[in-house]
Design a protein around this ligand. Structure first.
Ligand code: FAD
Length: 320
């Protein structure tokens, strides 16, 4: 069976859920080989084995973490030359997409970004991806026709499925050229933890819009009762009610959770563009004509300041 490379997304060895999703997808296509960059490979090993990595290639060259993405693309090129993978899967975040693009140029391979699903296809032609394009108005299926398929996959594209393996670690020494070392990281600090899941990876998101009137208290309380992330419409962000990092939509984050709850959000096309691939959509809006109701699975016509606290109370009661 051919190898499928998965670039591991981690923080100091703590593997993110997106990597479990990529490993699950990789198993549909071949034998998952995880590529781990930086320190902490031993901490990461159990999580990588849990989701079926058959082998872990560890890249510990310090230049890979001292400089911005170019060295990582160069390193992956060298790993690909050795492993000759059937496909390369990378998380669809800002860094992942930049690495993927640089790698595609180096390998002279086709690149597909933001896949929401990847299937093996008929085998001979390589993996078939599904993407939501043109602000979510079209769903397309695509496959790479030249070189090694490089695919960036959006969070929540697959449900992680356990497949206990005991991967061996292979240290792999790469050579980083000077042109790749053009942007050095001089400082970095982790974002202040909110205690909530990362917006783009969360299984549940509760978003608030102008209808909150600036009070995100009910949104946050409801999100916390569900273990959800908090999002916001651009109207709420532009009003200074919530930080820009939480904006969902065309000019914000694109999310695809299992459950998206939109409260006090009208459903403008630019907001939909960032959330309409969510598996289940629920809206709370006091205007029954609000466009958001066109795409919901479940809608509540009412005042969010009454509906959300009541729902939070009920969920908390049922949990205890
Ligand atoms: P509104 O459209 O004002 O809707 C507020 C809703 O709250 C209404 O439906 C109202 O009935 C309801 N409401 C009011 N009070 C209550 C209450 N007490 N309880 C329940 N419901 C209540 N928007 C984004 O969100 N993300 C983007 O990335 C984005 N990018 C854009 C890019 C461009 C180039 C442009 C031109 C626009 C973009 N927008 C984006 C803006 C977008 O067009 C809308 O203006 C915005 O989404 C509206 O936000 P909203 O739904 O919160 O506010």
């Amino acid at each position: 069976m051919s190898n499928v490379l998965v670039l591991v997304d981690h923080t100091a060895g703590k593997v993110r859920k997106t990597t479990a999703e990529l490993l699950t997808i990789a198993r549909r296509l071949g034998e998952p080989v995880a590529v781990f960059v930086g320190d902490g490979v031993q901490e990461a090993l159990p999580a990588l084995g849990q989701y079926g990595a058959t082998k872990v290639i560890a890249l510990t060259n310090p230049e890979l973490t001292q400089f911005l993405v170019a060295p990582k693309a160069e390193a992956l090129q060298q790993v690909a030359a050795k492993v000759e993978p059937a496909a390369i899967l990378i998380s669809s975040n800002a860094e992942g997409k930049e690495i993927a693009a640089r790698l595609a140029v180096k390998l002279e391979s086709g690149l597909i970004t933001d896949a929401v699903d990847v299937q093996a296809g008929d085998g001979a032609g390589g993996p078939v991806t599904t993407q939501s394009v043109f602000a979510g108005n079209y769903t397309v299926q695509a496959r790479v026709t030249h070189g090694t398929p490089i695919i960036t996959v959006k969070p929540n594209a697959a449900t992680p499925e356990a497949a206990e393996t005991s991967p061996e670690v292979e240290e792999f020494d790469v050579t980083i050229s000077d042109p790749a070392k053009t942007a050095k990281i001089v400082d970095s600090k982790p974002r202040e933890a909110t205690g909530r899941p990362e917006l783009t990876e969360a299984a549940i998101i509760v978003s608030g819009g102008r209808g909150t009137g600036g009070d995100f208290g009910p949104i946050e309380a409801f999100a916390d009762s569900l273990g959800a992330a908090v999002g916001a419409s651009r109207a709420a962000v532009d009003s200074g009610w919530y930080p820009h990092a939480y904006q969902v939509g065309q000019t914000g984050k694109t999310v695809s959770p299992q459950l998206y709850v939109a409260a006090g959000i009208s459903g403008a096309i630019q907001h939909r563009a960032g959330m309409q691939t969510s598996k289940t959509i629920v809206a709370i809006n006091k205007d029954e004509e609000a466009p958001i109701f066109e795409l919901v699975d479940f809608g509540v016509v009412g005042d969010l300041h009454k509906v959300l606290p009541a729902a939070t109370e009920e969920i908390t009661k049922r949990k205890s």
